[in-house]
Design a binder for this molecule. Structure first.
Ligand code: 9MR
Length: 369
């Protein structure tokens, strides 16, 4: 963890209204305190502390935060000559006030770009954009943000490079450039590559090639973030373990950065399902609109227990495990890949109550590792 000035602790303790009254029962962050950070993604409302109950749950259970959306390019850099740091400032202040590990998400991502960025046509313009964007944002929070997703989702499923506006204008040198620019702006901050499906063989090989290339070209990369948007039955524990071992063998940290587990049917898994079909309001695709049956709660709890057992086995390699949201009600999985469903992917339900999955994650720490 970073050095924290005692004066800062004294001042922030006075300001820390939401977290000070939080002792009583144990929590995720307490039971895993010697293993890895336990994080959550925060919505704009949570950053603005709009709901006191959510706020105290966040403070009680988590010691790391990621902004779910507000640091993405379209929000933080809406126009070429205009940055909007209002919510990002609040996010960082929230983390500091509550002495949390603060993760920045994300600097270079093909998605959620501001419209003006989509129009960048040539390498000169793109080089100038990357230099300004990365340097301005990383410098602004230098020494305050602990790690950054420098590049997000640069790979296709087969491990080749995604044809993004960055690749199209600069070629693959954009990757090394991004890491060099970030390291130049804050030499001490940890720099991550973040992506999903990183447990699939082809993509895993792609990440390994990418990290080796960045290092060989003199870029600084400190970690790999596996987003971990997983299902009840996949990826297998063996595939997850293979990835942890392969990534840490590269000499970088491994983080699980957006963990959630869908319990709903995926249209693309259904035999013969036509992905163009409109699944909205289809009861088959939204089987638990009111509550999750015990049988599925149990499956989710077992899946989370198996995953955390594996994480504990490799705690020396894992820096952080972050859930993609605090509670089921806010999860992006209620709207993807089909809008308006009711999903149950996290440890707390929409009423902020701990689920069986929460108990199972807590209980495995009670059993001797
Ligand atoms: O959870 C985020 C959701 O609210 C946004 O609408 C969406 C926009 O692309 O991004 C979601 O978060 C994504 C994250 O930034 C990157 N990895 C995948 C996440 C889920 O889509």
């Amino acid at each position: 963890m970073k050095f924290i000035n005692p004066y800062f602790i004294a001042v922030t303790t006075l300001l820390a209204v939401s977290c000070t009254s939080q002792k009583e029962t144990s929590s995720l962050k307490d039971v895993y305190k010697d293993d890895f950070y336990i994080g959550t993604a925060l919505s704009a409302d949570q950053i603005e502390e709009k709901d006191a109950k959510e706020d105290s749950l966040i403070c009680k259970e988590f010691n790391a935060i990621t902004a779910e959306n507000i640091m993405k390019s379209m929000f933080i850099h809406p126009q070429k000559d205009k940055y909007d740091f209002a919510l990002a400032d609040k996010f960082v202040a929230f983390g500091e006030k509550n002495k949390m590990f603060i993760h920045g998400h994300t600097l270079i991502w093909h998605s959620q770009l501001a419209p003006w960025m989509e129009k960048i046509k040539d390498s000169t313009e793109m080089k100038a954009f990357m230099k300004d964007h990365i340097t301005t944002i990383v410098t602004k929070y230098k020494g305050r943000i602990n790690s950054w997703d420098v590049v997000n989702e640069a790979l296709n499923e087969d491990g080749t490079l995604r044809k993004s506006v960055f690749l199209n204008t600069l070629g693959e040198r954009y990757l090394v450039d991004a890491y060099k620019l970030a390291a130049a702006a804050d030499p001490k901050v940890d720099l991550y590559y973040n992506d999903y499906n990183l447990e699939d063989t082809a993509k895993r090989e792609g990440v390994i090639r990418l990290v080796k290339k960045i290092k060989a070209a003199g870029g600084k990369i400190d970690g790999i973030g596996s987003q971990a948007h997983w299902k009840l039955n996949s990826p297998s524990i063996e595939e997850i373990e293979k990835s942890i071992l392969a990534y840490s063998a590269l000499g970088v940290k491994v983080a699980f950065t957006e963990l959630d587990i869908t319990v709903l049917p995926n249209p693309w898994d259904l035999k013969g399902a036509d992905v163009n079909q409109n699944f909205e309001n289809n009861a088959k695709m939204n089987p638990y609109p009111k509550s999750l049956p015990d049988s599925v709660q149990n499956k989710l709890a077992q899946r989370y227990a198996a995953i955390f057992k594996l994480f504990l086995k490799h705690k020396d390699k894992i820096s952080r495990v972050t859930f993609w949201g605090v509670h089921d009600g806010q999860s992006w999985l209620n709207d993807w890949p089909i809008k308006g469903r009711t999903n149950y992917p996290l440890l707390f339900d929409a009423k902020l109550q701990p689920k069986k999955a929460y108990n199972s994650v807590m209980e495995i720490k009670a059993v001797k590792e």
